[in-house]
Design a protein around this ligand. Structure first.
Ligand SMILES: *[C@@H]1O[C@H](CO)[C@@H](O)[C@H](O)[C@H]1NC(C)=O
Ligand SMILES: *[C@@H]1O[C@H](CO)[C@@H](O)[C@H](O)[C@H]1NC(C)=O
Length: 569
């Protein structure tokens, strides 16, 4: 194992000369396209975004302020709420050695929809994380000032993720001032749960994303909804000179109640596995996960998990997107082998595959109909043997492999930070998963992958000052598709396509953009999702064959002279 990992990372250095990845077909400079900006002179660090599609509101959590913006035009501010640190708290924070001007402020980190009338919000509050309820009618805080420990980091520089499911907050962050105690927890009045504070559970994780995947309503096995967490952590299972990072997927069950004695108030369903994103024949390992998007669509048999990755030693500037189908993930957790630690040479521990007997019910499994039939009605009834086993074996030996066993996209000279994916039906009925991937230089790539390779339709410079995009959201409401990007300096709203920038048929078709088609009669390149109905003579070809454009001009004489010839060019 040790040697293999060593080669894998150093293999990167040998790849310097190799060119990777498609080049964007077209690049839009910041001023060339119509983007809408929002920023206010006193506010900074617009890093938390929440979209309410029902209300058409974009909530923005920045430093010491929360905004409500019109989601159709974010330049229209509807509300703002200042949420400042008290003078006293700031002084105390500074005494502890933190910067009074920057760190000892209130960075909004959690912004979640609790119900129709309230948002649940948390901020770092000068290293004393605090949560509160934001009333959407009055746009004021309830003044509850709940202790936000475990829900929001102390340090604004630390990683965090959270998701609200059925009015309960699930979060991944750190639990102490130093940031040395990582935690995945559920904040709930009935049954708060957390991870064990132990290296095999979480080892210096960097949290990037969390989301729920609901159980299949049509299935009869009575499975539970599951919450997935994504993070990079320091490997325990590979030996390496220094710290080898490993991208992980972890999951817990929604109805977990913890154990009665063993694992009391702790997850009984916490399991984690390695996510693989590699190009084996090139010796390339992408082992840092930067963001995840879970594509859930009625046209999909099962959700697909998209992740953006970079290698640990990224001197070449490579990024990759890997996609995983849910059944592969579930297979690993429900059928895979576990890992176990073994002590060798007195103190040194090694992680190896566990080949012994596995207790019943299966450790880490959710309570389903089968468990209920054996009278395990809740995790509180689970036998000690099962609980002790999952406590000691949270790591799976089997890994989660990507669909097609390789990345969907590999790109050189770029560091991808965030991803969202839109599933669209092109004119010919084919379905494309359009990936929008942001960079650490303020740009956005729009890409599709198809049988014969990958294609970057366009690059758009969202932020003129080339700063990292920290948050990316997609609104795919019918007829109103927008992207929202947050950074240290502000928020940008962008349409998903710039079809009207293409002025000829050939240009429009060669863009190979599933959103765009050429409308010969008006000689314009249109966004097909903005039209009320699709017409047969529109021209689109995702394969990049623009010959229909000339067919159109050949037919021109049947229409009327000059205008139609122009229309078909
Ligand atoms: C906040 O934004 C400033 C730039 O405006 C940046 O230097 C700083 O690192 C950011 N702080 C955090 C915690 O993101
Ligand atoms: C999920 O991925 C596995 C492995 O790549 C593949 O065998 C299986 O057919 C995929 N399932 C679907 C529904 O795509």
């Amino acid at each position: 194992m040790a040697l293999c990992a060593f080669y894998a990372v150093w293999g990167l250095l040998l790849e310097v000369a190799v060119a990777f990845g498609p080049v964007p077909r077209i690049t839009w400079e910041h001023r060339e396209v119509q983007l809408i900006h929002f920023h206010e002179s006193e506010a900074s660090n617009y890093s938390t975004l929440l979209l309410s599609e029902d209300k058409d509101v974009l909530y923005v959590g920045a430093r010491e302020v929360i905004f409500a913006l019109d989601a159709v035009n974010i330049a229209e501010k509807q509300h703002e709420l200042h949420w400042k640190v008290t003078e006293d708290k700031r002084t105390k924070c500074a005494v502890k050695g933190k910067s009074e001007q920057t760190e000892c402020r209130n960075y909004v980190r959690v912004l979640q929809q609790l119900n129709d009338t309230f948002l649940y919000v948390c901020g770092t509050n000068a290293f004393q994380p605090t949560c509160d309820y934001l009333n959407l009618m009055s746009f004021e805080l309830g003044g509850k000032n709940e202790d936000g420990k475990g829900r929001c980091p102390f340090d604004p520089a630390q990683s965090y993720t959270s998701v609200m499911i059925d009015e309960e907050l699930y979060s991944g962050t750190s639990y102490n001032f130093l940031g040395s105690e990582p935690i995945i927890s559920r904040h709930s009045h009935q049954s708060p749960l957390r991870t064990e504070y132990a290296i095999p559970w979480l080892n210096e994780p960097n949290f990037v994303f969390a989301d729920v995947i609901r159980a299949d309503q049509n299935s009869t096995d009575g499975e539970d909804d599951k919450i997935y967490f994504f993070f990079t952590e320091v490997s325990v299972e590979y030996e390496f000179v220094g710290k080898l990072m490993i991208p992980r997927i972890a999951r817990v069950c929604k109805r977990d109640q913890g154990g009665l004695r063993t694992l009391q108030k702790k997850w009984t369903s916490f399991l984690k596995a390695r996510l693989i994103c590699t190009i084996p024949d090139k010796n390339l390992i992408f082992n840092i996960i930067n963001d995840v998007f879970i594509l859930k669509s009625p046209t999909l048999k099962e959700p697909v998990i998209y992740g953006v990755f970079t290698p640990q030693l990224n001197n070449v500037g490579l990024s990759a997107v890997c996609a995983y189908n849910l059944s592969t993930v579930e297979e690993v957790f429900s059928k895979g082998k576990y890992m176990q630690s073994a002590t060798v040479e007195q103190s040194h521990t090694k992680w190896v595959r566990y080949n012994g007997e596995i207790p019943n019910p299966r450790p880490g499994a959710c309570i389903n109909n089968e468990a209920r039939a054996s009278n395990y009605m809740s995790s509180l009834n689970l036998p000690d043997k099962t609980l002790q086993f999952v406590k000691d074996h949270p790591l799976m030996d089997d890994s989660v492999t990507p669909m097609g066993d390789r990345p969907r996209l590999v790109k050189r000279d770029v560091k991808y930070t965030q991803i969202v994916v839109d599933r669209v039906r092109a004119l010919n009925g084919s379905i494309y998963d359009v990936m929008f991937i942001s960079t650490d230089q303020g740009a956005l790539h729009k890409a599709i992958s198809y049988e014969n390779g990958m294609h970057i339709i366009e690059e758009t410079q969202l932020f003129p000052n080339f700063e990292p995009v920290q948050t990316l959201l997609l609104s795919s409401k019918k007829g109103r598709r927008y992207l929202y990007a947050g950074s240290n300096s502000g928020v940008v709203q962008s349409p998903v396509a710039f079809c009207d920038k293409y002025t000829t048929c050939v240009d429009c078709v060669l863009a190979r953009d599933p959103y765009c088609a050429w409308r010969p009669l008006e000689a314009s390149c249109i966004d097909i999702f903005k039209e009320s109905k699709i017409e047969r003579n529109w021209i689109q070809n995702i394969g990049g064959d623009a010959s229909s454009c000339s067919v159109c001009s050949a037919q021109a004489p049947e229409m009327n002279g000059a205008t139609s010839t122009a229309a078909c060019e």
